[in-house]
Design a protein. Sequence first.
Length: 318
Amino acid sequence: MKKITRVLFISDVHGSTPVFTKALGAAAAYKAEILIHGGDIIGKYITPFFHTDGSIRVEIMGEQRSLKNDAETRAAEAAVSRIGSYAYHTEPEAWKELLANPGAMNQVFFKLAEERLASWVRLAEEKLKPLGIRLFLNIGNDDFQDLGKTIEASNYVIYPNNKVLELNEDHELLSLGNTNITPWNCEGDLEEPELQRMLDALAAKLKDPWRALFTLHGPPVDTKLDVAPLLDKELRPIYLPGGEPQMVHVGCKAVRALLQRVQPMAGLHGHIHESRGYEKLGRTMCFNPGSEYTIGVLSSLLLNLSRDKVESFMFLSA
């Protein structure tokens, strides 16, 4: 009988605590030996909770709320966490000052993101360590790159970024969270030549590329995994005459070149939330589980690996 390794792959949780918690539960429920997060851990924005006249005002998803007690406040904070935002308690004037100081705002954002990530790492240790499920938790282009230090502080959760690691006795894991340049000029965006250099250096460390898994946050260009709306100069989608958004390929040339040259067992990608799917490049099976973190849905991919190939896979939603 073939030895089978079961891997659960997720990506782009973007600060949603319910989605991350579901991933830990899914890894246990599906009896995965390994859980991999492919990048983009942090949320997108801060939600101010304004303290005025003995009450707290907050706007969540367009709804104005006036919070009158601790129970209502905790419920509102949970709602904010569910959509990947960060609750920040402040006063209106202090918030205006923060908006006028991008450097200070960035410091607040980093602190909130770091605190949530640290709490997730502790939760993963608590839930996964007794079961022997290994967690490889990577950052993406959208993340503060220094957040890797928060993961590295764990004695159980593994930070795989820009490394080749042993997944088990049969497989290696090559990981990189950086992507090609995006319209948002994120901290982890790199020019294609630099990405190619980094990827080639990583591939040179592989002992057995044929049996490796590549977790590369950016998907290969010109596939089903990298299709996203075309944006104008104001970062708004451009619509066709029929009303649907105009879609274009936005993936990474360097990733495609590496996969076609090295031909690993599988490429595990994320980054483009709306491009959930699967495609083969030569023998390499490439996947993007997509992301629906904004509505609290866990999008994931379950893989069954033998020593030499992907025996089966299933896309999951919960």
